[in-house]
Design a protein around this ligand. Structure first.
Ligand code: FAD
Length: 433
């Protein structure tokens, strides 16, 4: 079977079998039960941001592209008003105060602000806030691999809007993928094709290969999801969900990934999925000491405690994985390497902006979330802020560096998507048997 991938994952020392076992037996069930928790379920996103690259795409009218809005009463109290407590245990009240200052919305929602900061007998001077804003803009520009949205958008309940087949295809979808691969991905020299041939990838340097592989892996993951939750006809083996009938479509999967229908590329794309998984896995391991200290605040003490226990359990398993992706061999070698790193970051930032051009709201929601999660993983791996853990811990408070709630939510959900793709891929293998 073409989807029984053999050997090790390119640019990693680890085999497909190792990842399959680790993911399907240990990680997948745990991550799925984590993602139904309130902290990870509600994601704030602006789906109305204008596409910065073209304006001639008409609005998609496909029924399955619709994103169901969130009811105000469904949003946990602790997430309302944007006074999110991104606060770590063992911090002093002053540190807590400083950390709270990081939210732009502080100034806008003074009521919530005062309530949340009521325990501190301090007032915020606008002078401090200006400094802080400047500092934050600088930090964004230096560290972030995603462009920040101009307005925060609205909460979406991810469980109400699962990623699945929507029917989005044709010129609009192709334009997105083409502009990602053609203009915003590193390409092998003299490559005339719209999309990149895997055989040419090996001629590129490691950093450029990594960039291509993570994008291709994300693309493979999105397409596996639409195959495994396909809109089926009544005679098929169905999972009946209100508003549609969804289930695996083996034929669709074969067309998208078999060597015969993809010029031999399909299995390489599937391997790239494993690569992207390993990269995000490494980012989680690297940020584990930080994520273990997060409060996961939703306002419900019992739930928040359970969430902390669940995440610590997952992080412990992730840390025990034997063959992590090694980011330390990337971008070494002086000024040229730094230039390459900057190009890498700019390419990825562009891809995060292209997501505003996706013509199907449901695809846009998951496209934005997954690029945000991947961008957060890249920030953890390459910003340098998570490299020296002990000193960084102190630096959090001095330099006020931390991940925002939305970054953590995107990171874990994006990882959950990849984990589910690997699990679904195994189901397709079994169906083919
Ligand atoms: P496409 O997937 O559009 O690919 C275009 C070309 O890219 C292919 O012809 C091939 O040459 C190359 N290619 C394909 N896969 C890879 C890979 N893994 N690596 C490298 N090159 C590759 N549809 C849904 O039904 N539900 C969704 O949730 C959804 N989300 C989307 C999110 C985004 C951001 C985008 C851009 C599209 C999304 N789509 C979604 C559409 C879906 O990804 C396909 O574009 C669509 O189904 C058309 O598929 P296709 O077979 O024409 O090839």
């Amino acid at each position: 079977c073409f989807c029984k991938l053999k050997g090790s994952i390119d640019d990693c020392s680890c085999s497909v079998d190792t990842v399959d076992y680790f993911n399907n037996m240990k990680i997948y069930p745990r991550v799925q039960s984590l993602l139904v928790r309130d902290y990870f379920r509600f994601y704030k996103v602006n789906l109305k941001q204008e596409c910065p690259f073209w304006t001639d795409d008409s609005k998609c009218a496909i029924r399955y592209c619709h994103v169901q809005p969130c009811q105000e009463e469904d949003i946990p109290d602790g997430l309302k008003g944007d006074m999110l407590r991104n606060i770590h245990f063992n911090e002093s009240p002053v540190d807590k105060y400083k950390a709270s200052m990081q939210y732009n919305d502080c100034l806008h929602s003074a009521k919530d602000h005062n309530r949340e900061l009521g325990y501190l007998n301090t007032t915020i001077s606008s002078e401090n806030y200006k400094d802080f804003e400047l500092w934050q803009q600088y930090d964004d520009a230096q560290d972030n691999f995603c462009v920040k949205e101009s307005s925060p958008g609205e909460y979406v309940d991810l469980l109400l809007n699962p990623e699945r087949y929507t029917g989005y295809k044709g010129p609009s979808a192709h334009r997105i993928w083409r502009s990602i691969y053609k203009e915003n991905c590193f390409r092998p020299e003299n490559s005339p094709h719209n999309f990149i041939q895997s055989s040419k990838i090996n001629g590129m340097c490691l950093e450029k290969r990594v960039f291509y592989r993570v994008i291709s892996g994300l693309h493979a993951s999105i397409n596996i999801h639409l195959c495994s939750k396909y809109l089926l006809s009544p005679k098929d083996n169905l999972e009946i969900v209100p508003g549609g009938r969804w289930g695996p479509n083996l034929q669709e999967f074969q067309i998208r990934f078999s060597p015969e229908t993809t010029g031999g590329e399909g299995p390489n794309w599937l391997k790239n999925l494993y690569f992207t998984y390993l990269l995000e896995l490494r980012a989680l391991a690297k940020a584990a000491p930080y994520l273990e200290r997060e409060e996961y605040y939703t306002g419900n003490k019992v739930q928040d405690k359970d969430t902390r226990l669940a995440i610590n359990d997952i992080l412990n398993i992730i840390k025990s994985f034997p063959d992590h992706f090694n980011e330390s061999v990337m971008f070494t070698g002086g000024a040229e390497a730094q230039l390459l790193k900057e190009q890498f970051r700019q390419h990825f930032r562009n891809i995060s902006r292209i997501m505003d051009c996706v013509g199907c709201d449901k695809c846009k929601l998951w496209g934005k979330l997954q690029t945000h999660g991947l961008g957060t993983a890249l920030k953890i791996l390459f910003s340098g802020k998570f490299d020296k853990w002990e000193s960084t811990l102190h630096d959090f408070n001095k330099k006020k560096f931390f991940l925002e709630r939305s970054e953590i939510v995107a990171l874990i959900n994006a990882f959950g998507r990849l984990s589910e793709s690997i699990f679904e891929l195994d189901k397709f293998r079994q169906m083919m048997r």
